[in-house]
Design a binder for this molecule. Structure first.
Ligand code: A2H
Length: 253
């Protein structure tokens, strides 16, 4: 953690169907889950997104008649950053648990899939970001191991009501080349370190140390309009384009 505020990009992932409790939002405007990321340029490799099943979330009135789903804490921060209609008091439309969100199909900016699904991740902190996280298994050891766990463990899927078709068809997408690590750096380090599951927290921390900084400083985009450009150069451009196109907003805490 640095000393200054952390600047996140919030990716607006539109809910394509409102199932279960979410159906109560049907006449409230387009519904977006807001995922907090430090790596907006990795959206080309998104395979799913994550929520904490027992986490508390809410659907809040966003700008332009939209509905935004995130933690209450993030909604309050957003409202103080002039990102909701009323400063300092976000309007709660519906209380939701993470479990209510699991299985929602979403459409995300830059993601090559027409729809990806909301899945459970048990290591999400609700006091950071929005409590919603994008999953990019090519470049995040956390995302890779958690997705592998769901793929390999039918019992885990069953426990959280996850259907096979939300998980099994989604393969790792190579998006960034890191010299010495190849174009699926997270897969390589997880295999090299023989990480067995998302509970392997010590090894996962090591894996993250190995790829995060390298990915950002030495990584080269392998896909998209900035293929061939360094990640550190492409990131701010891609972020600004996504914000300008209405697919993302900036957020700090
Ligand atoms: B990053 P920092 Cl490909 N709980 O996005 C747990 N993790 C969270 C979170 C929460 N509430 N909110 C955000 N995150 C994750 C992409 C990514 C990320 C890649 C590579 C590295 C990376 C895809 N997941 O982060 O603690 C999100 O994952 C490297 C640290 O605020 C977010 O960016 O420093 C990152 O952690 C924010 O972590």
């Amino acid at each position: 953690e640095g000393v200054g505020p952390q600047e996140y990009t919030l990716i607006k992932m539109q809910a394509l169907e409102l199932k279960g409790k979410l159906a109560e939002l049907a006449d409230k405007g387009p519904v977006y889950l807001l995922a907090a990321t430090l790596r907006p340029e990795t959206m080309y490799g998104q395979t799913n997104c994550w929520v904490l099943p027992e986490g508390q979330y809410g659907a809040f009135r966003g700008l332009n008649g939209e509905v935004w789903v995130c933690t209450q804490r993030a909604a309050l921060n957003l409202s103080y950053q002039e990102r909701t209609p009323v400063r300092g008091s976000p309007e709660l439309l519906l209380e939701l648990s993470g479990q209510d969100l699991i299985g929602t199909p979403v459409k995300s900016p830059l993601c090559p899939h027409e729809r990806v699904y909301v899945l459970p991740l048990l290591t999400i902190l609700t006091n950071k970001g929005t409590g919603v996280v994008t999953s990019v298994p090519s470049d995040s050891p956390d995302d890779y191991t958690a997705l592998q766990d769901l793929k390999k463990k039918p019992k885990l899927r069953e426990k959280y009501g996850v259907c096979d078709e939300w998980v099994l068809p989604f393969e790792v997408i190579p998006i960034i080349d890191i010299p010495g690590f190849g174009n699926q750096a997270a897969v390589k380090v997880c295999e090299d370190l023989k990480i067995a599951s998302q509970n392997d927290t010590a090894k996962l921390a090591e894996a993250k140390n190995m790829v995060y900084l390298k990915g950002f400083t030495d990584g080269v985009m392998a896909v998209g309009p900035y293929a061939g450009r360094k990640v550190s150069e492409a990131k701010p451009i891609i972020r600004e384009e996504m914000v300008a196109a209405g697919g993302a907003l900036m957020y700090s805490e």
